[in-house]
Ligand binder design. Structure first.
Ligand SMILES: *[C@@H]1O[C@H](CO)[C@@H](O)[C@H](O)[C@H]1NC(C)=O
Length: 478
């Protein structure tokens, strides 16, 4: 082999070995695009600083600081979280280091294309005004920023825009934004990236919203305005409830005939504290797992609203809450092999045709001819040509994966040797579930040691096979 080829080959190996495999939607599942294995979201909402953590004017958003991302990726990885949801991101900020760190940790990212700043989201009051060229261009810029990261799992076109029947006037606009984003991704991304809506769990309008967004105008999959996934932010399970008390049985009934993946884009009622996360066990149980692709716990950082798993201090140090330990305890009980092998896809329902009788609530929009066209000021041309000088993210090398900040357990002992474990497996980023009993009081023994379960060894073997086949493919090319 020539030297140049060897260098190219080495570069390829390094790249393949450290990148997660993109996920795709197949029927009602997320699946690994290489192995075909089902992927269940084991997620945490990630917005350090809350809304105030989004300061684009000073170059700050939740994925702008590599040191904090490294600390947080380590703390999420060690309990088996495989996905973060990030809300407020600026397309003008470079996210390469944080995206690369989460990628190395085997953690996928769900990206909201909106923010709370003016004209950076659809307005509930006047969606026809907020559905404009500048707003849409910003959403496309977010796509440009994240489309090249292999661990970008999906984009949310909107979050909790509909809270009741009156605000359902926005639903045609949500569908329009979804369509525009999907068209943009189809033309400008090397791989398909799903687009979905994150709904408030308001039972009065939830099923109508679902039906409105996942039906097909053409009666088949060619309609580009169908949502790729449907997600709900659900807080109906509080403390030690039962499946039926929490209304999870109703959720299963609502979504068991879905044509697209359904999951919880937020969950974690905090009426009873500390939280014990019995709903986590229910979400991944055999009653729910076939119909739901998992969920995202709200939320990683402790903010004023008291939903956090981890308290972050201004000096960069952090302390785990008992909620973190309890969540870890629930995740440790999951059988990942089983979760990945269960699937409802065989029974995936074809897309229902959009007809007004799909919509049940009086006053909820049911005229599917009202989905707006793109703004008539060059938006269609922009979708075709792409945004000017896009800022495309790319994976970068991260050498040091050791966490620098002090991190304490909930019992105040310091966690030693905290670091991100490099994913050697380009194939299936299996969550690293800790073995043993739920850590109700926090563990003092080196957590990095306890998290090296047998499961990690097995996936490394799989990963080696994957790397080797890539090497063979590369040799063939050379
Ligand atoms: C996990 O599930 C798989 C597949 O159902 C099963 O073979 C295995 O024994 C389970 N592991 C444990 C620890 O229960």
């Amino acid at each position: 082999m020539k030297r140049a080829s060897q260098v190219a080959l080495l570069a390829l190996c390094a790249q393949v070995a450290t990148a997660v495999t993109p996920l795709i939607v197949k029927g009602t599942d997320f699946v690994n695009s290489v192995s075909g294995q089902r992927f269940q979201v084991i997620g945490a909402a990630y917005q350090p600083g809350g809304e105030a953590g989004y300061k684009p004017e000073s170059g700050q958003d939740p994925l702008s600081n590599a040191e904090t991302c490294l600390r947080d990726a380590a703390l999420l990885q060690r309990i088996g979280v495989n996905t973060i949801r990030v809300y407020n991101l600026s397309p003008d900020i470079n996210h390469d280091e944080c995206a690369s760190i989460f990628n190395i940790a085997g953690i996928y990212m769900m990206i909201d294309v909106n923010s709370p700043k003016p004209n950076e989201a659809l307005s509930r009051e006047a969606p026809w005004e907020s559905y404009n060229h500048d707003y849409l261009e910003r959403t496309f810029k977010v796509v440009e920023g994240f489309k090249n990261y292999p661990n970008t799992l999906l984009f949310f076109s909107a979050n909790e825009v509909i809270n009741d029947v009156p605000t359902a006037i926005t639903v045609p606009y949500i569908r329009a934004v979804t369509r525009d984003l999907k068209q943009y991704i189809k033309l400008h991304s090397d791989r398909p990236i799903p687009v979905g809506y994150s709904a408030a769990d308001v039972r009065e309008v939830l099923i109508d919203t679902f039906n409105y967004l996942q039906c097909s105008l053409t009666g088949d999959a060619t309609d580009e305005s169908i949502t790729d996934v449907f997600a709900l932010n659900s807080y109906s399970w509080c403390g030690p409830a039962t499946f039926n008390e929490a209304g999870y049985n109703t959720l299963v009934d609502m979504f068991k005939k879905s044509s697209v993946p359904v999951f919880m884009s937020e969950y974690g009622c905090r009426e009873i504290r500390p939280r014990i996360f019995d709903e986590t066990a229910a979400l991944y149980s055999s009653k729910m797992n076939p119909y739901f692709s998992g969920g995202v716990v709200y939320e990683y950082t402790q903010e004023k609203n008291d939903f956090g798993l981890v308290v972050l201090n201004s000096d960069g140090s952090a302390k785990l809450k008992v909620d973190y330990d309890n969540f870890q305890g629930q995740l440790a009980k999951l059988n990942i092999t089983e979760l990945q092998s269960t699937s409802s896809s065989a029974a995936a329902t074809p897309f229902p045709k959009c007809v007004s009788s799909l919509i049940k609530d009086k006053g909820y929009p049911n005229d599917f001819t009202k989905i707006p066209n793109p703004p008539n000021d060059g938006l269609a041309a922009l979708i075709k040509a792409g945004v000017k000088s896009p800022k495309n993210g790319k994976l970068v090398t991260i050498d040091n994966l050791k966490v620098k900040q002090v991190v304490k357990n909930s019992d105040d002992t310091v966690i030693t040797g905290l670091e991100v474990r490099r994913l050697t497996d380009g194939n299936v980023p299996t969550p690293i579930a800790t073995t043993g009993s739920p850590a109700a009081t926090g563990t003092t023994a080196s957590p990095q040691e306890t998290s090296s379960s047998a499961a990690v060894g097995t996936t490394q073997l799989g990963g080696f096979g994957f790397v080797m086949s890539s090497v063979l493919a590369a040799l063939y090319l050379i």
